[in-house]
Write a protein that binds this ligand. Sequence first.
Ligand code: PRP
Ligand code: URA
Length: 242
Amino acid sequence: NELQRAPSQHVGPDYKTSDEKPEATVSTTIEQKNVVILPQTPQLIALLTMIRDKNTSRADFIFYSNRINRLLVEEALNHLPVHPHTITTPVGRTYAGVKFEGKICGVSIMRAGEAMEQALRECCRSVRIGKILIQRDEETSKPRLFYDKLPEDVKDRWVLLLDPMLATGGSALMAVDVLRSKGVPEERILFLNLIASPEGAANFSKKYPKLRIVTAFVDQGLDEKNYIVPGLGDFGDRFYTL
Ligand code: PRP
Ligand code: URA
């Protein structure tokens, strides 16, 4: 079965030998070069274990998914351009550093994507955030666009597009079409995502090879209802209503 083909590795701190570390399932590796997968550290695997567990309470689900969202935002910020910036320290010495260049904004795909806004705000104070309401039809899995409201100058900004689940890719692709119709170039969009399916990542990369996806984990695949497996169930329900 598919889960037996899931890659696994010994997980734990470096001072332990391999046979002292437990084996855990880690992200599938994929060939698409525009997909950045977070390092599969013991911390990330422990956080993912918490949010995947069906017995995790809603309060814990919110807390631990927020922690992963912070890791995703911090990684995504590494993909923004910087320019040289030299400063003087309080002891009178100079330090050759860098400064971010360009303006950014967040765009969340409602409802689940809104759950990632807090992590973005914690890292980028008073960041502008646009919204796109797309809902996947429960029977057909096809996305429907209901609403969008974006910063007026969105085409001049780097866009951090937020949605925790990339299943078939239909919803996120529709959101990117909206951004493109407002003039945002593909290469200035970073899609932040918690769990992706290999199918979703492949669909995305085929249509938008220059758009970067930053994800915490590529899972095994999709089930007959197009849910990600092993996945974590319905993210929006677990975060907002269960
Ligand atoms: C979920 C999820 C994605 C989409 C992924 O949203 O948050 O937006 O499904 O599936 P896809 O890649 O096959 O399009 P859903 O439409 O269930 O709405 P929600 O955010 O209100 O939970
Ligand atoms: N949306 C979710 O919330 N989870 C899935 O597995 C697929 C779509």
